[in-house]
Design a protein around this ligand. Structure first.
Ligand code: EPU
Length: 417
């Protein structure tokens, strides 16, 4: 099993380019199932999750072709199967994004229930209630969801919370439903807006994306699309913290600073200098880090996907920071690993008190999920001595060529095994 090894303590300097966002790319790939003509997606990141999703689409009989330079063509002319099997869904929960498109286009779908996850229970009840509201008949059998409908019809969908992939699933289903649908409260994440733009290109009329109410006028047939995946705001934020935690100076290019306002605001509160233009963050840290209070919330609040990275930074602040996780119920798995590096963190319920100190020490660590891995890498870059992080497959699901990018910034990091 591969491990990442780091010799910490080098300040990072230079320029890094952010890749396309995994969490925007996956729903776009699912949207290609809504039409029989070829769809072209550019700025696709080269990631484990993208390969898994490609495999899933191929199982349905879709033609998925990597055309080089981050371009992908997907054509779902006809379907050999409408089943998302357990083996794939268990490795990637986002597989559930095929449910809406399959039932809308094929009139049926059989999708494995994802099961538990390292960061929380993560049920998909809101996806299912929404699809049911659109007129599908849903049954659960042997761990699978079976959804059937002659033709979905538009409906008012009231969600219990603004779920991101739930909103995306329902938007895709509603795009081929007869009549108008309304989703509330809808997720407001940039990835949802990116999908709304693509569905509009395809011929559905989508309004309100980016607000908490999305309306969709469905059509009977959707056109193919060509689109570009938006930059990964979480990767951009992770590199900004890499600069901050090592006391370096980094230009984070090819990103959308407007998608990172809550992160930028907190970095400035901590004492990190952050300037931004249209597509680049200029990040520099010279002085001491100040403690902060952070609560994760859905967009535009502070993202749960940046919580582990921010916690790594706060282990080196002067004073006690308070980090409250409100999106997932078990997203503090990195705490025990950070403690192995000497970090002082108390956790009570959904709140972590991080007592900052002068230094962390390198240690052998185990990654538990994608963003926890990123937090541990950041801690290792700043720690004294050698840090080894195992179970790197988590990181490879969502960070394209991360160690190459860090090496280019001067980090002493390599892969072994
Ligand atoms: N929830 C339910 N029922 C549902 C759906 C969600 O109770 O039917 C709960 C979840 O358990 C959670 C909360 O609602 O407590 C929010 O979950 P959400 O559905 O918004 O998360 P998601 O759509 O499964 C996406 C990202 C995650 C990111 C979250 C929150 C993708 C593919 N995944 O997950 O990304 O953390 O939104 O922003 O878009 C990652 O990239 O590492 C990652 C985990």
């Amino acid at each position: 099993m591969q491990q990442i090894v780091m010799q910490g303590g080098t300040a990072l300097h230079g320029r890094v380019e952010v890749s396309g966002a995994k969490n925007a790319a996956l729903p776009l790939m699912a949207a290609a199932l809504l039409t029989e003509s070829p769809c072209d997606i550019t700025n696709m990141p080269d990631l484990g999750d993208i390969r898994t999703f490609s495999m899933l689409l191929r199982q349905f009989g879709a033609h998925v072709e990597a055309l080089g330079s981050g371009k992908m063509r997907i054509q779902a002319r006809s379907f050999a199967s409408v089943e998302a099997p357990y083996d794939l869904v268990k490795t990637m929960r986002a597989s559930v994004l095929v449910l809406g498109p399959l039932v809308a286009r094929c009139g049926q779908a059989r999708v494995s229930l994802p099961g538990g996850c390292a960061i929380g229970a993560r049920p998909i009840d809101q996806h299912l209630e929404g699809i049911r509201a659109l007129g599908a008949d849903i049954t659960l059998d042997h761990g699978y969801v079976y959804a059937r409908a002659q033709r979905l019809r538009g409906a008012d969908i009231h969600l219990r919370m603004p779920t991101v992939t739930g909103t995306e699933n329902l938007m895709m289903a509603a795009a081929l439903a007869a009549g108008r649908s309304r989703i509330h409260p809808a997720a407001r994440e940039p990835e949802v807006v990116c999908l709304a733009e693509v569905l509009t290109c395809m011929g559905a009329r989508v309004t309100g994306a980016g607000t908490d109410t999305i309306e969709i006028e469905g059509v009977s047939c959707l056109q193919p699309f060509q689109c570009t995946v938006i930059p990964d705001r979480i990767e951009a934020g992770t590199f900004a913290i890499a600069a901050a935690i090592t006391g370096g100076k980094v230009e984070v290019a090819h990103c959308r600073p407007g998608h990172l306002e809550a992160v930028i605001q907190q970095l400035r509160a901590v004492g990190v200098r952050v300037e931004a233009d249209d597509s680049t963050l200029y990040v520099e840290r010279r002085g001491l880090l100040r403690p902060v209070n952070i609560t994760t919330t859905p967009y535009p609040g502070f993202p749960t996907d940046m919580q582990a990275q921010m916690m790594a930074l706060m282990t080196l602040a002067r004073g006690t920071s308070i980090i409250r996780e409100t999106v997932f119920e078990n997203r503090f798995m990195h705490v025990a690993e950070l403690r192995r590096m000497g970090a002082q963190i108390d956790v009570r319920g959904n709140t972590a008190r991080v007592h900052g100190q002068d230094a962390l020490t390198g240690a052998q660590l185990m990654a538990t999920d994608l963003r926890a891995s990123a937090g541990l890498i950041l801690a290792g870059l700043a720690a004294q001595g050698e840090t080894v992080v195992s179970r790197m497959y988590h990181l490879d699901r969502g960070y394209e060529h991360i160690e190459k990018k860090l090496v280019a910034l001067g980090a002493k990091i390599w892969r072994q095994g």
